[in-house]
Design a protein around this ligand. Structure first.
Ligand code: GTP
Length: 945
């Protein structure tokens, strides 16, 4: 025997217009005695199901009244133009609570409503009042109502027409119920079918009313039409019986309905849910016709039902014109050729291999200026830098990737890789050409005489005597600390003198002086004789191949012994003419001016012998004697013109600096416009402070001067890069020299470049094994904030020589904790620096014995502690001293004396032979017989050496 499930029974009942929910039906079946029914999926025997069906139908439909709908549903209706009759309805609902009529709507009322509406001429009646009666199909149709609330045109046409809904018009009165033209609410527009139960009133949440105001589901409630024919029964007054349940109210839960698949689906997005995804299609991927595409073919089972599925695939041509989205849609709905990107096979020639192109020989040339870094060379040749480094190592050269290698090394490496290195070389000669000397244009020039000698032997005084100007008086400490260049007009013609400092620190300056000079006047004090710097000056002059003329000075002094000097000089291969030698030695006195005219005469004679000539018509060239930075004037260079004539406006280059000569001043501070060869002059207009001793050249124009200067700067930079490692090693060496200990870092600032150089050298020489000296920076000019910061970074000090800090720099220095030491005498600078160096060393703590005391008796005094009554046996005992307690020659305590008393008085010290009371701090275990060794600690400064 077959079975029937509860939900099937429910369906069967529904066909009879009895709408019961599954649970209601289960309850009902329980009520009918079918207790085995548990849920809607429980089954009943066929006969049982039939019996139950009969019973329920009998109960719910006692007589086949076509006009009366039975069932639990209630109709909420609203009629247009109908005065609300007396309604038995729930008390006025203040809130949107659904109101249901207890009385089902009579069918005739619906029929009556239709004509009434038909008569209504309003073209656009309010849709909500266009529901005179629920048509018979309402339940079914209602299910098809669009889920989208507020949709003005119901998307679903009545099933009977199968046509799209026209414009929303109200249903004409004459329209047959079934064939009635579509209305905005088609379901509502149809009259009920006889025998069919009236549908439930549209739920407030369901917008079955079509154009009804969305979001106002309960709008109809106040105007709910009623059925006057039947006395209305308030459902809440009903009581359920054993056979019939009473629905008092139904929850107004808005139901989201899934829109059936229609053509309008695209216009109304489907509600989320399993069916909202629409039908699932199976797509098969097949190769395209050309083999380079893929074709998607819908192989879904229901494809025949779909209108387009059997259509032709989108052609390859058409597919090309489609956008990506369209292409995808086409692929999903039909077929399309999808070109597969990135899968193209490149047409390859059979047997063709990747060609490795070789550089043409003429392209395998690397132009190197001065040097090139390993990485640059590797890039230029397209080889690995590591390969180059390996080759360099094999050749015994250690290099890193950033190391600079010179052109020759680069050439050595390049040949291994088939490259040649061409020295690009910046040809300075292009800018500063070597011009063959035109003898006819050579004219006599003044001799350049450098006065050299030991400190305080009277060089400046001698020059002063010659120039008749008192320069020495203005010098700090009476020492010539930087070179002076003067041209002196003598009876025998002009002579240019260079005064060089005698201090040992100025060796470089002396050497420079010797290099640019024609004659050296070696000043030796007759009372002092040959001294170290005398010897150094001799060496410098000889190295430069310059004739030496000896001036034995201070012969006015009582202890002057010129012969002794002459004798000493013979040790240095300087034999006086009067002794058969070749060296002119003149006894002079700067003070009494004795021998000065003879000295000048000899200088002139010597220059004549030397035939000192130069071409004044050439572009000027010469040497920088001294350079400094002056406030308001900028870089000032004292230059000696050696050839050509230097003019204001000339483009000049010296070292890495260049510029146009803005102004020139002679030794008397007078402005000059042109300076012939053999004359010194101060030059303004350079881009920076040049290096003393550097050559200078006048070039065609400022642009050329700049190019030469920049080239030199670049060279210097490359050299610096290459020497980084060396510098580091030097640092390590310096540290090792100072025993790996302390290093005093110094920033040197001086008025002129030569002084800065000399001070730097002097300070560096002060380094000892214990404390090293590192000059962090050395420069010319006032002490700036930048100098302070440099010193601060190195935790160092600043040494200013003949210079001072700029405004506010003092404050910054004190903020940064940087000490600025200013000097104008080099000895003082060195002495002070040695003090600073010594201060870096930790002091040595030394024990100094004071005396001894023997403990005779021990007293324990309340609130004071243990006091050792002792007798001072040796030296003295000091209150501030340290004490060592010895017992049986062993130290039992070491500490400080806490108190010292004689009788009852506190005393500072007790001498030998006296008794006293000694309190030992933090020690109370003193015993008679103990020896108290008293001592004090001394801090001793370490010596630098
Ligand atoms: N009695 C005497 N004293 C002289 C003579 N020449 C120089 N002095 C003194 O010697 C001292 C040093 O003279 P300077 O001219 O400064 O000596 P210097 O060689 O230029 O010294 P530096 O510039 O330090 O190298 C001064 O006190 C002079 O007055 C001289 O002929 N006779």
């Amino acid at each position: 025997m077959s079975k029937k499930r509860v939900h099937e029974l429910a369906k069967q009942l529904k066909e009879q217009g009895i709408e019961l929910s599954n649970q209601e039906l289960v309850d009902k079946l329980h009520a009918l005695g079918y207790h085995e029914v548990k849920s809607h999926s429980s089954s009943l025997e066929d006969d049982q199901a039939h019996a139950a069906y009969e019973k329920i139908v009998a109960e719910r439909k006692p007589k086949p009244a076509p006009v009366r709908a039975t069932g639990p549903g209630f109709v909420v209706r609203k009629r247009a133009h109908v005065e609300p009759p007396t309604v038995i309805s729930p008390p006025p609902a203040p809130e949107p609570q659904p109101v249901y009529e207890a009385e089902p709507a009579p069918a005739d009322l619906a029929a009556e409503a239709a004509p009434a509406e038909a008569g209504a001429p309003e073209p656009a009646p309010a849709p909500s009042v266009e529901q005179p009666a629920a048509p018979a199909e309402a339940p079914a149709l209602a299910a098809q109502a669009p889920a989208s609330p507020g949709a003005p045109a119901a998307p679903a046409a009545p099933a009977t027409t199968g046509e799209p809904a026209p414009a929303p018009v109200s249903a004409p009165a004459t329209a047959a119920p079934v064939t009635a033209p579509t209305a905005p609410v088609p379901a509502a527009a149809q009259p009920p079918r006889p025998g069919m139960p009236l549908p439930s009133a549209p739920r407030p949440g369901a917008p079955a009313a079509g154009p009804a105001r969305p979001g106002a589901p309960m709008a109809a409630a106040p105007h709910a039409p009623t059925a006057p024919a039947q006395p209305a029964v308030d459902p809440r007054t009903l009581r359920p019986t054993s056979t019939q349940a009473v629905v008092i109210s139904r929850p107004t839960v808005p139901v989201r309905r899934v829109t059936p698949p229609t053509t309008s689906r695209s216009a109304y997005p489907a509600a989320p849910g399993p069916r909202a995804l629409g039908p699932v299609r199976e797509l098969k991927v097949v190769p395209g016709s050309l083999g380079r595409e893929r074709e998607f073919i819908d192989v879904s089972r229901d494809k025949n039902k779909r209108g387009r599925s059997t259509g032709r695939p989108v052609s390859e041509e058409a597919a090309k014109n489609l956008s990506g989205k369209e292409l995808l849609q086409a692929a999903i709905s039909d077929r399309a050729y999808i070109p597969i990107r990135g899968k193209k096979k490149k047409p390859t020639k059979k047997g063709a291999k990747t060609q490795i192109t070789e550089k043409a020989e003429h392209k395998k040339v690397i132009r190197v200026e001065e040097s090139i870094s390993v990485s640059e060379l590797s890039q230029a040749m397209g080889v690995k830098a590591s390969d180059l480094i390996r080759k360099l190592m094999q050749a015994g050269k250690m290099a890193t990737i950033n190391a600079q290698i010179d052109a020759d090394t680069a050439a050595f490496l390049a040949t291994d890789f088939g490259y040649t290195v061409e020295k690009k070389g910046f040809e300075v000669e292009e800018f500063i050409p070597e011009v063959a000397e035109d003898e006819s244009k050579l004219v006599l020039r003044p001799p350049v005489v450098t006065v050299m000698g030991h400190v305080d032997h009277g060089k400046t005084s001698l020059l002063d005597a010659i120039r008749q100007a008192d320069v020495a008086a203005g010098e700090a400490g009476g020492i010539t600390q930087h070179i002076g260049a003067y041209n002196v007009q003598t009876q025998h013609g002009p002579i240019t003198f260079l005064d060089t400092p005698g201090h040992e620190a100025f060796t470089a300056m002396r050497q420079r002086g010797a290099q640019v000079t024609d004659l050296v006047v070696l000043v030796v004090a007759a009372d002092d004789g040959v001294m170290p710097q005398t010897v150094e000056s001799i060496k410098a002059a000889k190295a430069a191949g310059v004739t030496i003329l000896v001036a034995i000075n201070k012969i006015d002094k009582p202890g002057a012994t010129p012969e002794r000097v002459m004798q000493q000089l013979t040790e240095y291969e300087l034999v006086a003419e009067q002794w058969g030698g070749t060296t002119i030695m003149l006894p002079v006195s700067a003070r009494t001016k004795q021998g000065i005219p003879e000295l000048l005469e000899y200088i002139s004679l010597q220059s004549e012998v030397l035939e000192l000539k130069a071409n004044p018509e050439k572009l000027a060239a010469g040497r920088v004697i001294e350079a400094k930075l002056e406030k308001g004037r900028g870089p000032v260079a004292t230059v000696l013109v050696e050839e050509g004539t230097l003019r204001v406006g000339d483009a000049l280059v010296t070292g890495i600096h260049y510029g146009r000569v803005r102004a020139m001043m002679n030794e008397r501070g007078e402005h000059v416009n042109d300076v012939p060869p053999g004359y010194p002059v101060e030059v303004l207009g350079l881009s920076g402070v040049p290096v003393a001793g550097d050559e200078f050249n006048v070039v065609e124009d400022e642009k050329s001067a700049k190019e030469v200067a920049q080239h030199r700067a670049e060279k210097a930079r490359q050299k610096e890069l290459g020497s980084v490692k060396k510098a580091t090693l030097e640092d390590l060496f310096a540290k090792a020299k100072s025993g790996g200990g302390k290093v005093l870092n110094i920033v040197v600032k001086a008025d002129v470049q030569g002084s800065a150089e000399a001070v730097t050298q002097a300070l560096q020489k002060a380094a000892t094994k214990k404390v090293g000296v590192k000059v962090l920076d050395s420069g010319v000019g006032a002490i700036t904030e930048s100098d302070v910061l440099t010193a601060a970074a190195g935790n160092g000090i600043i040494v200013g020589f003949n210079t001072k800090p700029e405004t506010k720099v003092d404050n910054i220095a004190s903020q940064q904790g940087v000490k600025i030491l200013l000097f104008d005498i080099i000895y003082e600078a060195v002495d002070k620096i040695r003090e600073e160096m010594a201060a870096l060393l930790e002091p040595i703590i030394k024990e100094k014995p004071l005396g001894k005391a023997e403990v005779r008796q021990v007293f324990n005094i309340p609130r004071v502690g243990t006091i050792a009554g002792s007798a001072v046996t040796e030296g003295i005992v000091k209150r501030t001293g340290h004490v060592r307690v010895l017992r049986d020659r062993k130290v039992v305590f070491n500490g400080k004396i806490g108190s010292l008393k004689r009788i009852k008085d506190d005393v500072r010290e007790v001498a030998q032979g006296f008794e006293c009371g000694i309190g030992v701090e933090n020690f109370s275990d003193v015993k008679p017989g103990d020896i108290l060794e008293v001592y004090e600690l001394e801090e001793i400064r370490q010596s630098l050496d």
